[in-house]
Design a protein around this ligand. Structure first.
Ligand SMILES: [Zn+2]
Length: 417
């Protein structure tokens, strides 16, 4: 193994500088996909990569590729990436830390005059979070051929469904609907560093998590139909308030997540209320919810219990509840070659590590369907809180993950002596 490493201070400074774009009062970051803040973050990334000697291209869904040419340009590139968008009032690390690890590893290769055989491409994927446009991991999914470009372009701003732009319009507005065709090429491999977004690594004093795969998740929209009525005159006994009925269902969903051991998860994070005005008892609610588990049989039982609870709440409330499963995710198994490479590299660098599963979606998931892909986690501090302004990691956490990526890239891209 070559005696080179990343510059931990420079990586930290880049992550902090990137975090200034959309910075919030409490130290977080608010930078939704394809907003002006996202544009400024993209511009900064492009400027840094051009200054580092890379050729920067943008594809038709706005993914940005910074290519450091290899000695043999005909070889498929080794790709490293993550995302620059955040959730509303999110943190500085979820996404950008992985892109900054890519920036830093190119700078480190330059510092040490390393010439790789295969090209190395650092990627910032469009709209990983899915907070403003659905679905999540949008750019990487189009690149991997899992989502049609025209469907992605047609997705409308869910934070402003009446007046907000489509993805196509928003890309045009920020100048990031690029000329390069999306996908149609297979990288040699794909590597991503991400914060854990949970407390386990910090609790166990680990430096690197080797992500072997994912939990399984099933996503639903529940449509709860009660009866719209006047808030004042309607007697309490006769009401079929869709929000009250939904509240009962939300408590059941939360209970299910707690009933399936340490790996059980359940969420009901998004609600649409009709008509959602003062003076009217809500008649219809659309509730997004999901169940997650590391074990397929347990997950199946969670879904069955969710359906049974919905039926009971509906019957007891004289309402109807329709539960539509609209998406399923996992289980993902990252490519065994990449898992082995990352494990070996981490061990050689002497970092405290263990295997870990991701409970959240990441860009590496769609990439894993077209090329060997792997991920490393670095510790999340502040109790592992994420999608929150308090989200944090340390300078040394980020440097450990970036060093693993650097040496994994050298192993896969090959070095010209
Ligand atoms: Zn992320």
């Amino acid at each position: 193994m070559r005696n080179i490493g990343v510059d931990a201070d420079r990586l930290w400074a880049a992550t902090m500088q990137m975090g200034e774009i959309g910075a919030t009062a409490k130290g977080g970051c608010h930078r939704l996909a394809l907003t002006d803040e996202d544009r400024r973050a993209r511009d900064l990334f492009g400027d840094w990569m051009r200054a580092a000697g890379c050729v920067v291209t943008v594809d038709a869904i706005g993914n940005i590729f910074a290519r450091r040419e290899g000695a043999d340009p005909s070889l498929p590139p080794v790709m490293v990436g993550s995302h620059l968008d955040t959730v509303p009032m999110g943190g500085k690390f979820d996404g950008p830390a992985g892109v900054m690890a890519g920036v830093e590893l190119v700078r480190a290769l330059n510092d040490h005059g390393v010439r790789t055989k295969a090209p190395v491409e650092i990627v910032a994927w469009t709209n990983e979070e899915g907070s403003r446009f659905s679905p999540f991991t949008m750019g990487s999914s189009v690149f991997a051929g899992q989502l049609e470009l025209k469907d992605a372009h047609a997705a409308r701003d869910i934070t402003d469904p009446l007046h907000g732009p489509t993805v196509g319009e928003a890309l045009g507005a920020i100048g990031y609907q690029g000329d390069a065709p999306v996908g149609g090429r297979r990288p040699a491999c794909y590597l991503e560093m991400h914060i854990e977004q949970g407390p386990h690594m910090a609790d166990e004093d680990l430096q690197v998590g080797i992500v072997t795969g994912s939990f399984q998740s099933r996503y639903f929209v529940a449509t709860i139909t009660g009866e719209q009525a006047h808030v004042g005159p309607t007697p309490m006994a006769g009401r079929r308030d869709a929000l009250v009925i939904t509240s009962r269902l939300v408590l059941e969903i939360d209970r299910i997540g707690r009933a399936y051991g340490a790996d059980g998860r359940s969420n009901a994070p998004h609600i649409e209320l009709f008509p959602n005005v003062r003076g009217v008892i809500p008649g219809v609610v659309k509730l997004s919810c999901d169940v997650r588990h590391s074990d397929a049989r347990q997950l199946q039982r969670m879904e069955e219990e969710l359906r049974a609870c919905a039926a009971i709440v509906a019957r007891e409330s004289r309402a109807t509840i329709e539960l539509e499963r609209y998406y399923e995710f996992g289980p993902i198994h990252f490519h065994p070659d990449m898992v082995a490479l990352l494990r070996r590299t981490t061990a050689e660098l002497g970092y405290r590590h263990r295997d870990i599963l991701t409970v959240a979606g990441h860009d590496a998931v769609p990439l894993n369907t077209i090329c060997p892909s792997g991920m490393v986690f670095v510790a999340s501090r502040a109790g592992g809180i994420s999608h929150n302004e308090k989200e944090s990691s340390t300078r040394d956490d980020l440097a450990a993950g970036a060093n693993v990526l650097l040496h994994a890239v050298l192993a896969r891209a090959g070095v010209v002596d």
